[in-house]
Design a protein around this ligand. Structure first.
Ligand code: AMP
Ligand code: GLY
Length: 426
């Protein structure tokens, strides 16, 4: 069969590598893809928001399955456009992707269906929001309602910071129209865990857990980024946590969406906070995490096409989802200066080593193929993933593999998974 993957990041490279493993797949296209994806797929220069061009291309090539990677096209309704054109598509429709597309929607859904999350209020104008802050406890969390490249969340330690935050989001419109509406939320403390799942509208199957490292610097210092590294599974995602989430969060979310007339088909990514009072939902995403996919998918035993088919056909209850009994760590190699300003266009060397070694992956995020070879073309350049029997050995392997690759201004965190590893060993 022929598959079209929509997207161009490390997540889509991880999806492409999984799809390429399927015995059922003969040909993979990726729009627009990147230099690494180009090694397993034919990249076509169509942007992820060019819905008509994507549908025309998929029809012309008689593509059997379209897989949508990123949030923007999902929230914008690419699945609806594809399905209207008669194309089988993996990913939620617009009316379900709103689970990620509007934080106000997701908070109201959780409230209505008693899904545990932080207490919150929603405001459509700055004046009322500012008045509310006067009586609220600090710290407090401000969230722009819409998609904001993962950056629309401000944690404010005191009233002044919170007032400034309201101005930034609602008046200066730092996150554009995403900030027309704001969610003001109780600040929670605890460990964060990411849980990805496959959903077919009624059944949900949970993948192995993961944890991201969002800050740019070691020891969780510095600016927030798209993610500097991940590991899977999380040692803190215990049986007790899993039981609680199965009882109160996962199926409840799927049932709530169905009850609202918005059946969800695709990936639900649960961002969880393990608080003293139990797990709480921080956020939902309607897609694989990036770089969570880079540690979860390499550990999945199933043929990804079988699982996606089951999601589309509503037969996920008949499938047994299986993960390897090991660990994986992904270390992001970035351009120094990310997430602010950085230079690109530097030649990358050492990539060929990954071809020889099983259990090691180099997922491309911001790269480009030029006459000089593969060069850096973004803030996050590569995600180096390695497996191991334990988190500790996966870490050692991932850092060894990260040293194979060189380019000018290469920057990486040296502590992905480290604090956790040390706590677990104690
Ligand atoms: P979100 O995009 O909603 O996941 O928020 C981004 C990050 O902000 C999360 O990964 C948390 O680290 C933090 N965050 C979001 N909501 C809260 C909250 N209610 N309390 C504490 N931290 C939060
Ligand atoms: N790694 C977080 C995300 O994909 O949203």
């Amino acid at each position: 069969m022929k598959v079209l993957i929509v997207g161009s990041g490390g997540r889509e490279h991880a999806i492409a590598v999984s799809v390429a493993k399927s015995a059922r797949v003969d040909k993979i296209y990726c729009a627009p893809g990147n230099a690494g994806i180009g090694q397993v797929a034919e990249c076509v220069p169509i942007g992820v928001m060019e819905f008509d061009a994507l549908a025309d291309f998929a029809k012309e090539k008689a593509v059997d399955l379209v897989i949508v990677g990123p949030d923007d096209p999902l929230v914008g309704g690419l699945t609806d456009v594809m399905e209207a054109a008669g194309l089988r598509t993996f990913g939620p429709k617009k009316n379900a992707a709103i689970l990620e597309g509007s934080k106000a929607f997701s908070k109201d859904l959780m409230k209505k269906y008693h899904i545990p999350t932080a207490a919150y209020e929603i405001f459509d104008d700055a004046k009322t929001a500012l008045a509310y802050l006067e009586t609220a406890d600090m710290p407090i969390v401000l969230k722009a309602d819409g998609l904001a490249l993962g950056k629309g969340v401000l944690i404010c330690n005191n009233l002044q910071e919170a007032k400034d935050g309201i101005k930034t989001i609602m008046e200066e419109k730092k996150f554009g129209d995403s900030g027309n509406r704001i969610v003001i939320e109780e600040f929670m403390t605890g460990r964060e865990v990411s849980v990805l799942s496959f959903v077919d509208g009624k059944t949900i199957q949970i993948m192995s857990s993961a944890q991201d490292h969002k800050r740019a610097g070691d020891g969780d210092t510095g600016l927030n980024t798209g993610g500097m590294g991940t590991f899977s599974p999380s040692p803190f995602y215990t049986k007790e946590v899993d039981d609680f989430c199965r009882e109160h969060i996962y199926q409840a979310t799927v049932d709530a969406m169905a009850a609202e007339g918005r059946p969800f088909q695709g990936i639900i990514f649960f961002g969880l906070m393990l608080t003293e009072k139990g797990p709480r939902v921080l956020e939902y995403n309607a897609r694989f995490g990036d770089p969570e996919a880079q540690v979860v998918l390499p550990r999945m035993k199933n043929d990804i096409i079988d699982v996606m088919d089951a999601c589309i056909d509503g037969t996920l209850d008949q499938l047994h989802l299986e993960f390897e009994d090991n660990a994986a760590v992904c270390v992001v190699l970035a351009s120094d200066g990310y997430p602010l300003s950085y230079e690109k266009g530097y030649v990358i060397s050492g990539l060929e080593k990954f071809e020889e070694k099983d259990g090691y992956y180099c997922f491309h995020a911001g790269t480009k193929l030029t006459q000089e070879g593969i060069v850096t073309n973004g803030g996050r350049v590569l995600g180096v993933t390695a497996k191991g029997e334990s988190l500790r050995s996966a870490r050692a392997n991932a850092y060894e593999a990260a040293s194979w690759v060189t380019f000018e201004n290469k920057y990486l965190r040296s502590d992905i998974g480290k604090a956790i590893d040390e706590q677990v060993e104690k």
